[in-house]
Design a protein around this ligand. Structure first.
Ligand SMILES: C[S@@+](CC[C@H](N)C(=O)[O-])C[C@H]1O[C@@H](n2cnc3c(N)ncnc32)[C@H](O)[C@@H]1O
Length: 284
Protein backbone atom coordinates (compact mmCIF):
# COMPACT_ATOMS: atom_id res chain seq x y z
CA UNK A 1 0.00 0.00 0.00
CA UNK A 2 1.53 3.35 -1.04
CA UNK A 3 1.54 6.34 1.29
CA UNK A 4 -0.43 8.30 -1.32
CA UNK A 5 -3.19 5.69 -1.37
CA UNK A 6 -3.30 5.52 2.41
CA UNK A 7 -3.82 9.25 2.69
CA UNK A 8 -6.86 8.94 0.40
CA UNK A 9 -8.59 6.76 2.95
CA UNK A 10 -11.72 8.14 4.55
CA UNK A 11 -10.50 7.25 8.07
CA UNK A 12 -6.99 7.31 9.45
CA UNK A 13 -5.90 3.71 10.16
CA UNK A 14 -2.52 3.54 11.88
CA UNK A 15 -0.35 0.44 12.19
CA UNK A 16 -1.10 0.59 15.89
CA UNK A 17 -4.86 0.41 15.15
CA UNK A 18 -4.23 -2.60 12.91
CA UNK A 19 -2.17 -4.28 15.64
CA UNK A 20 -4.94 -3.72 18.19
CA UNK A 21 -7.61 -5.16 15.87
CA UNK A 22 -5.36 -8.12 15.12
CA UNK A 23 -4.90 -8.88 18.78
CA UNK A 24 -8.58 -8.49 19.60
CA UNK A 25 -9.82 -10.89 16.92
CA UNK A 26 -7.01 -13.36 17.65
CA UNK A 27 -7.78 -13.41 21.38
CA UNK A 28 -11.52 -13.73 20.77
CA UNK A 29 -11.77 -16.09 17.80
CA UNK A 30 -8.26 -17.42 17.13
CA UNK A 31 -8.27 -15.74 13.72
CA UNK A 32 -4.64 -14.86 12.87
CA UNK A 33 -4.58 -11.97 10.37
CA UNK A 34 -1.38 -11.57 8.35
CA UNK A 35 0.09 -8.18 7.34
CA UNK A 36 -1.40 -8.73 3.89
CA UNK A 37 -4.90 -8.43 5.40
CA UNK A 38 -4.53 -4.77 6.39
CA UNK A 39 -6.56 -3.41 3.46
CA UNK A 40 -9.27 -6.01 3.98
CA UNK A 41 -9.51 -5.12 7.68
CA UNK A 42 -9.67 -1.42 6.85
CA UNK A 43 -12.45 -1.74 4.31
CA UNK A 44 -14.57 -4.12 6.39
CA UNK A 45 -14.28 -2.06 9.57
CA UNK A 46 -14.67 1.30 7.80
CA UNK A 47 -18.26 0.13 7.17
CA UNK A 48 -18.71 -0.29 10.93
CA UNK A 49 -17.38 3.22 11.58
CA UNK A 50 -19.91 4.59 9.07
CA UNK A 51 -22.73 2.51 10.55
CA UNK A 52 -22.01 3.61 14.12
CA UNK A 53 -21.10 7.20 13.26
CA UNK A 54 -17.76 6.80 15.04
CA UNK A 55 -15.13 9.04 13.45
CA UNK A 56 -11.78 7.38 14.15
CA UNK A 57 -10.47 3.83 14.46
CA UNK A 58 -9.03 4.66 17.85
CA UNK A 59 -12.48 5.68 19.11
CA UNK A 60 -14.00 2.56 17.54
CA UNK A 61 -11.49 0.30 19.28
CA UNK A 62 -12.08 2.07 22.61
CA UNK A 63 -15.83 1.63 22.07
CA UNK A 64 -15.36 -2.12 21.62
CA UNK A 65 -13.07 -2.34 24.61
CA UNK A 66 -15.70 -0.59 26.73
CA UNK A 67 -17.74 -3.77 26.22
CA UNK A 68 -20.51 -2.88 23.75
CA UNK A 69 -21.58 -6.44 23.02
CA UNK A 70 -23.76 -5.70 19.97
CA UNK A 71 -20.89 -3.95 18.26
CA UNK A 72 -18.52 -6.76 19.29
CA UNK A 73 -20.77 -9.14 17.39
CA UNK A 74 -20.75 -6.89 14.31
CA UNK A 75 -16.95 -6.50 14.61
CA UNK A 76 -16.42 -10.27 14.72
CA UNK A 77 -18.92 -10.88 11.90
CA UNK A 78 -17.06 -8.32 9.78
CA UNK A 79 -13.75 -10.12 10.11
CA UNK A 80 -14.81 -13.68 9.26
CA UNK A 81 -14.52 -15.07 5.73
CA UNK A 82 -17.54 -17.16 4.79
CA UNK A 83 -16.83 -18.58 1.35
CA UNK A 84 -18.60 -21.90 0.88
CA UNK A 85 -20.56 -23.96 -1.64
CA UNK A 86 -22.94 -26.91 -1.91
CA UNK A 87 -20.99 -30.20 -2.09
CA UNK A 88 -17.69 -28.33 -1.83
CA UNK A 89 -14.89 -30.92 -2.06
CA UNK A 90 -17.36 -33.45 -3.35
CA UNK A 91 -15.21 -36.49 -2.48
CA UNK A 92 -16.05 -35.91 1.21
CA UNK A 93 -19.72 -36.51 0.50
CA UNK A 94 -18.93 -39.79 -1.26
CA UNK A 95 -16.91 -40.85 1.78
CA UNK A 96 -19.77 -39.71 4.03
CA UNK A 97 -22.32 -41.74 2.02
CA UNK A 98 -20.23 -44.93 2.34
CA UNK A 99 -19.60 -44.20 6.02
CA UNK A 100 -23.31 -43.69 6.79
CA UNK A 101 -24.06 -47.12 5.35
CA UNK A 102 -21.72 -48.74 7.88
CA UNK A 103 -23.19 -47.09 10.99
CA UNK A 104 -25.20 -49.25 13.36
CA UNK A 105 -26.15 -46.90 16.22
CA UNK A 106 -29.12 -44.53 15.89
CA UNK A 107 -29.31 -41.64 15.45
CA UNK A 108 -26.15 -41.01 13.49
CA UNK A 109 -24.92 -37.63 14.72
CA UNK A 110 -22.91 -35.28 12.50
CA UNK A 111 -21.48 -31.83 13.23
CA UNK A 112 -20.69 -29.07 10.75
CA UNK A 113 -18.46 -26.98 13.01
CA UNK A 114 -17.96 -23.95 10.71
CA UNK A 115 -21.21 -24.10 8.80
CA UNK A 116 -21.13 -20.59 7.30
CA UNK A 117 -24.34 -19.93 5.30
CA UNK A 118 -25.47 -23.55 5.44
CA UNK A 119 -24.36 -25.11 2.17
CA UNK A 120 -22.19 -27.62 4.06
CA UNK A 121 -24.74 -28.93 6.61
CA UNK A 122 -27.48 -29.05 3.93
CA UNK A 123 -25.14 -31.02 1.64
CA UNK A 124 -24.62 -33.43 4.56
CA UNK A 125 -28.40 -33.69 4.99
CA UNK A 126 -28.93 -34.27 1.23
CA UNK A 127 -26.30 -37.02 1.33
CA UNK A 128 -28.12 -38.66 4.26
CA UNK A 129 -31.49 -38.54 2.48
CA UNK A 130 -29.96 -39.99 -0.67
CA UNK A 131 -28.20 -42.74 1.30
CA UNK A 132 -31.30 -43.81 3.25
CA UNK A 133 -33.76 -43.08 0.44
CA UNK A 134 -36.11 -40.79 2.41
CA UNK A 135 -36.39 -37.71 4.60
CA UNK A 136 -36.70 -39.86 7.70
CA UNK A 137 -33.01 -40.74 7.54
CA UNK A 138 -31.79 -41.59 11.08
CA UNK A 139 -29.33 -38.72 10.96
CA UNK A 140 -29.11 -35.62 13.16
CA UNK A 141 -26.91 -32.74 12.02
CA UNK A 142 -25.59 -29.99 14.26
CA UNK A 143 -24.53 -26.83 12.42
CA UNK A 144 -22.63 -24.08 14.20
CA UNK A 145 -20.58 -21.02 13.36
CA UNK A 146 -19.06 -18.08 15.16
CA UNK A 147 -20.63 -15.53 12.82
CA UNK A 148 -24.24 -14.74 13.77
CA UNK A 149 -25.05 -13.20 10.34
CA UNK A 150 -24.19 -16.33 8.39
CA UNK A 151 -25.93 -18.48 10.98
CA UNK A 152 -29.17 -16.57 10.32
CA UNK A 153 -28.81 -17.33 6.60
CA UNK A 154 -28.08 -20.93 7.41
CA UNK A 155 -31.29 -21.12 9.47
CA UNK A 156 -33.40 -19.43 6.79
CA UNK A 157 -32.05 -21.79 4.11
CA UNK A 158 -32.89 -19.36 1.30
CA UNK A 159 -30.44 -19.09 -1.60
CA UNK A 160 -30.28 -17.30 -4.93
CA UNK A 161 -30.95 -19.82 -7.74
CA UNK A 162 -27.43 -19.04 -8.97
CA UNK A 163 -26.05 -20.89 -5.91
CA UNK A 164 -27.93 -24.05 -6.85
CA UNK A 165 -26.50 -24.24 -10.36
CA UNK A 166 -23.94 -26.90 -9.46
CA UNK A 167 -26.66 -29.19 -8.11
CA UNK A 168 -28.26 -31.66 -10.51
CA UNK A 169 -31.86 -30.85 -11.57
CA UNK A 170 -32.90 -33.88 -9.53
CA UNK A 171 -31.33 -32.48 -6.35
CA UNK A 172 -32.76 -29.02 -6.99
CA UNK A 173 -36.22 -30.50 -7.36
CA UNK A 174 -36.02 -32.91 -4.46
CA UNK A 175 -34.50 -30.59 -1.87
CA UNK A 176 -35.63 -27.03 -2.72
CA UNK A 177 -38.79 -25.03 -3.26
CA UNK A 178 -38.47 -22.34 -5.91
CA UNK A 179 -39.80 -18.90 -5.02
CA UNK A 180 -42.44 -17.08 -7.06
CA UNK A 181 -43.46 -13.43 -7.31
CA UNK A 182 -41.36 -11.34 -4.94
CA UNK A 183 -39.29 -14.41 -4.16
CA UNK A 184 -38.57 -15.41 -7.74
CA UNK A 185 -34.87 -15.97 -8.29
CA UNK A 186 -34.67 -17.58 -4.83
CA UNK A 187 -34.96 -21.16 -3.62
CA UNK A 188 -35.73 -22.37 -0.11
CA UNK A 189 -34.53 -25.60 1.44
CA UNK A 190 -37.51 -27.96 1.90
CA UNK A 191 -38.73 -28.05 5.52
CA UNK A 192 -38.07 -31.81 5.78
CA UNK A 193 -34.39 -31.22 5.00
CA UNK A 194 -34.16 -28.21 7.26
CA UNK A 195 -35.68 -30.24 10.12
CA UNK A 196 -32.65 -32.55 10.04
CA UNK A 197 -30.34 -29.67 11.01
CA UNK A 198 -30.04 -27.95 14.40
CA UNK A 199 -28.28 -24.57 14.45
CA UNK A 200 -26.39 -22.79 17.22
CA UNK A 201 -23.64 -20.27 17.62
CA UNK A 202 -20.31 -21.71 18.69
CA UNK A 203 -16.86 -20.18 18.91
CA UNK A 204 -14.32 -22.95 18.37
CA UNK A 205 -12.02 -21.01 20.70
CA UNK A 206 -14.53 -20.98 23.59
CA UNK A 207 -13.42 -22.94 26.68
CA UNK A 208 -16.52 -25.17 26.56
CA UNK A 209 -18.81 -26.33 23.77
CA UNK A 210 -22.48 -27.22 24.29
CA UNK A 211 -22.21 -30.64 22.62
CA UNK A 212 -23.12 -33.61 24.77
CA UNK A 213 -23.93 -36.35 22.26
CA UNK A 214 -21.07 -38.50 20.94
CA UNK A 215 -20.48 -37.61 17.29
CA UNK A 216 -20.18 -40.02 14.38
CA UNK A 217 -18.50 -37.45 12.14
CA UNK A 218 -17.23 -33.88 12.37
CA UNK A 219 -16.82 -31.54 9.42
CA UNK A 220 -14.19 -28.94 10.31
CA UNK A 221 -13.41 -27.70 6.85
CA UNK A 222 -11.76 -24.51 5.64
CA UNK A 223 -11.70 -22.86 9.03
CA UNK A 224 -8.41 -24.15 10.50
CA UNK A 225 -6.56 -22.13 7.83
CA UNK A 226 -7.46 -19.00 9.80
CA UNK A 227 -5.81 -20.34 12.99
CA UNK A 228 -2.15 -20.79 13.89
CA UNK A 229 -0.84 -24.28 14.62
CA UNK A 230 -1.06 -24.14 18.47
CA UNK A 231 -4.70 -22.98 18.21
CA UNK A 232 -5.45 -25.74 15.71
CA UNK A 233 -3.95 -28.32 18.05
CA UNK A 234 -5.95 -27.01 21.00
CA UNK A 235 -9.22 -27.25 19.01
CA UNK A 236 -8.42 -30.74 17.70
CA UNK A 237 -7.63 -31.88 21.24
CA UNK A 238 -11.12 -30.75 22.28
CA UNK A 239 -12.79 -32.36 19.28
CA UNK A 240 -11.18 -35.73 19.77
CA UNK A 241 -13.17 -36.92 22.82
CA UNK A 242 -16.42 -35.78 21.18
CA UNK A 243 -15.83 -38.03 18.18
CA UNK A 244 -16.77 -41.71 18.60
CA UNK A 245 -13.73 -44.04 18.56
CA UNK A 246 -14.61 -45.15 15.01
CA UNK A 247 -15.81 -41.72 13.87
CA UNK A 248 -14.52 -39.55 11.03
CA UNK A 249 -13.12 -36.02 10.97
CA UNK A 250 -13.26 -34.14 7.66
CA UNK A 251 -10.77 -31.32 7.00
CA UNK A 252 -10.39 -28.91 4.08
CA UNK A 253 -8.00 -29.88 1.27
CA UNK A 254 -5.28 -27.48 2.48
CA UNK A 255 -5.55 -28.41 6.15
CA UNK A 256 -3.41 -31.53 6.53
CA UNK A 257 -3.01 -32.64 10.15
CA UNK A 258 0.69 -33.63 10.14
CA UNK A 259 1.19 -31.51 13.27
CA UNK A 260 -1.59 -33.40 15.07
CA UNK A 261 -0.60 -36.97 14.24
CA UNK A 262 -0.73 -37.71 18.00
CA UNK A 263 -4.52 -37.11 17.74
CA UNK A 264 -5.73 -38.03 14.26
CA UNK A 265 -4.54 -40.10 11.38
CA UNK A 266 -5.43 -39.97 7.69
CA UNK A 267 -8.05 -42.51 6.65
CA UNK A 268 -9.21 -41.25 3.23
CA UNK A 269 -8.77 -38.13 1.11
CA UNK A 270 -8.51 -35.45 3.87
CA UNK A 271 -10.73 -37.60 6.10
CA UNK A 272 -9.22 -38.52 9.47
CA UNK A 273 -9.83 -41.01 12.27
CA UNK A 274 -8.57 -41.31 15.83
CA UNK A 275 -4.83 -42.04 15.81
CA UNK A 276 -5.49 -45.10 18.04
CA UNK A 277 -8.25 -46.47 15.79
CA UNK A 278 -5.83 -46.51 12.89
CA UNK A 279 -3.11 -48.21 14.96
CA UNK A 280 -5.60 -50.91 15.93
CA UNK A 281 -6.05 -51.53 12.20
CA UNK A 282 -9.73 -50.59 12.02
CA UNK A 283 -10.93 -49.81 8.52
CA UNK A 284 -14.20 -48.79 6.92
C1 LIG B 1 -14.50 -20.32 4.71
S1 LIG B 1 -15.86 -20.69 5.75
C2 LIG B 1 -15.94 -22.45 5.59
C3 LIG B 1 -17.35 -22.94 5.43
C4 LIG B 1 -17.52 -24.45 5.21
N1 LIG B 1 -16.99 -25.20 6.33
C5 LIG B 1 -16.86 -24.89 3.93
O1 LIG B 1 -15.82 -25.57 3.97
O2 LIG B 1 -17.36 -24.57 2.87
C6 LIG B 1 -15.12 -20.47 7.37
C7 LIG B 1 -16.16 -20.28 8.47
O3 LIG B 1 -15.49 -20.41 9.72
C8 LIG B 1 -16.12 -19.54 10.63
N2 LIG B 1 -15.21 -19.27 11.79
C9 LIG B 1 -14.10 -18.50 11.82
N3 LIG B 1 -13.57 -18.50 13.06
C10 LIG B 1 -14.37 -19.31 13.82
C11 LIG B 1 -14.34 -19.70 15.19
N4 LIG B 1 -13.40 -19.26 16.05
N5 LIG B 1 -15.32 -20.54 15.63
C12 LIG B 1 -16.28 -20.99 14.78
N6 LIG B 1 -16.35 -20.63 13.48
C13 LIG B 1 -15.41 -19.81 13.01
C14 LIG B 1 -16.42 -18.30 9.80
O4 LIG B 1 -17.44 -17.50 10.38
C15 LIG B 1 -16.82 -18.91 8.46
O5 LIG B 1 -18.21 -19.02 8.33
Amino acid sequence: MTAAFRSEREFHFSSRDFEEVRKMIYDHAGIALSDAKEDMVYSRLARRLRATGIRTFKEYIDYLKAGHTEEWEAFVNSLTTNLTDFFRENHHFNILRDFLRTRQERPIVLWSSAASTGEEPYSMAMTAVETFGNFNAPVKIFASDLDTNVLKKCQEGVYPLERLKKLSPDRQQRFFLKGAGERSGLAKVRPELRAMVEFFQLNLLAPTWPIRQPLDAIFCRNVMIYFDKPTQHKILTKMKPLLKPDGLLFMGHSEALYHASDLFRLRGQTAYEHAEAAKAGKRM
